[in-house]
Design a protein around this ligand. Structure first.
Ligand code: SAH
Length: 293
C-alpha cells in the first residue's frame, strides 16, 4: 500500500457514526432488530467460555464441590469502540464482574450511560424508551465504568478520568481505573485505525493485560483475499478499513501477539462479510494455563 492510498480518518469516522441513530440498529448497520444481535452475543459468550471456562456461572459437574473459583476473584473486561454498550450488556456482564467501556461518539456513550443508569435505578426503560436490565447493576454486584475516547490515543493501562460509573464501587475503589484487564474485547471498530495505529493500540492493550491467562478478543468483518496475501479494502462511507484474515494475522504478529484460538461466527444473515473471532494473547504459554479448550 502506498502513502497516497486512502486510509481511515479519525474525524471522518466519528462524523459518520455521530449521524447514526444511538441504538442497536445504528451500531449494527440496520441489523439491530433481527436475529443478528442474539446470534452474535451467543457466539461471543461461547468463544469466551471456551477460552476461560472458569467464567461459567453454572458449576461444572467435573469441578470439586469445595472450589468456587469465580467467587474469589473479580474479573475485569474492557469493551472498546463500545457504541451503546451492546457487548457490555449482552456478553461481558453475563460473564465478568467489572466492565470498562470506551467510546468516542457523544450520542452513543450517552445512550450507553443512560442504559446503565436506568439499570442501576431498577427502571424498566431508559429515557430513550429501551427496555434495559444490565446484569448485576441494580443489585450492585457488578460495575460498568464509562470512558470517552478514541482508540488512536486511548491507553487501556492508563484510561484517565472516567465519565461515570454504575453499579458497585469495585473493591479497589477508584484505583479500578488504573487496574489491569482479564479480557479486552474489540469488535466492529478496529477498521477505524490505520495499520500502525492498530499495532500501537494492540501493544498498549498487551501492557494492560493482567497475566498470562488474560486475552484480547478481536471480532471483525473479513474481506476476501483474491491474491492469497494480506488485503485491505477502504470504505469511503464510514472512512474505515475492512481487513482480510492474513491482514489481521500480520497486525497481530507486528504487535507481538500470538493467536490462541480463531473461529468464524456462524448463523449471521446472508450477504454480510464473514465475521471472525480471534484471541491474540501475549504468549502461547496461555495454553499451558488453560484448564480446557
Ligand atoms: N462494538 C460495538 C459498536 C460497533 S459500531 C458493537 O458491536 O455493538 C462501531 C463503533 O466504533 C461505533 O460505536 C463508533 O463510534 C466506534 N468508533 C469509530 N471510530 C472509533 C475510534 N477511532 N476509536 C474507537 N471507536 C471508534
Amino acid at each position: 500500500m502506498s502513502s497516497t492510498d486512502p486510509a481511515p480518518d479519525l474525524d471522518a469516522g466519528i462524523q459518520y457514526w455521530a449521524n447514526q441513530p444511538a441504538n442497536y440498529d445504528g451500531v449494527l448497520g440496520g441489523f439491530g432488530t433481527g436475529p443478528l444481535p442474539r446470534v452474535d452475543a451467543a457466539g461471543s459468550r461461547r468463544f469466551l467460555l471456551d477460552l476461560l471456562p472458569e467464567l461459567c456461572t453454572v458449576p461444572s459437574p467435573f469441578q470439586s464441590l469445595s472450589t468456587h473459583p469465580s467467587d474469589t476473584k473479580r474479573v475485569r473486561a474492557l469493551d472498546v469502540g463500545a457504541g451503546v454498550g451492546r457487548i457490555t450488556s449482552d456478553v461481558l456482564l453475563h460473564l465478568v464482574s467489572d466492565v470498562a467501556l470506551v467510546e468516542p461518539v457523544e450520542s452513543f456513550i450517552e445512550e450507553a450511560r443512560s442504559r446503565g443508569k436506568a439499570s442501576e435505578s431498577g427502571a424498566e426503560f431508559n429515557e430513550s424508551g429501551y427496555r434495559v436490565s444490565w446484569k448485576g447493576i441494580a443489585d450492585r454486584s457488578k460495575s460498568v465504568t464509562f470512558f470517552k475516547g478514541a482508540l488512536q490515543t486511548f491507553d487501556p493501562a492508563a484510561p484517565g478520568t472516567p465519565l461515570d460509573r454504575v453499579g458497585c464501587l469495585p473493591p479497589d475503589g477508584d484505583g479500578n481505573t488504573e487496574s489491569k484487564f482479564d479480557v479486552i474485547w474489540c469488535q466492529w471498530c478496529l477498521g477505524h485505525l490505520k495499520d500502525d495505529d492498530l499495532v500501537r493500540f494492540l501493544e498498549r492493550s498487551k501492557m494492560a493485560l493482567r497475566d498470562a491467562k488474560s486475552l484480547i478478543v478481536v471480532k471483525e468483518n473479513l474481506c476476501a483475499e483474491p491474491k492469497n496475501e494480506p488485503t485491505t479494502v477502504f470504505d469511503e462511507e464510514d472512512s474505515s478499513f475492512t481487513r482480510s484474515d492474513l491482514a489481521f494475522k500480520k497486525i497481530f504478529q507486528d504487535a507481538g501477539l500470538e493467536i490462541v484460538c480463531e473461529k468464524i461466527q456462524h448463523g449471521l444473515p446472508n450477504g454480510l462479510y464473514p465475521v471472525k473471532m480471534y484471541a491474540p494473547v501475549i504468549s502461547l504459554n496461555f495454553l499451558s494455563v488453560l484448564t480446557r479448550i
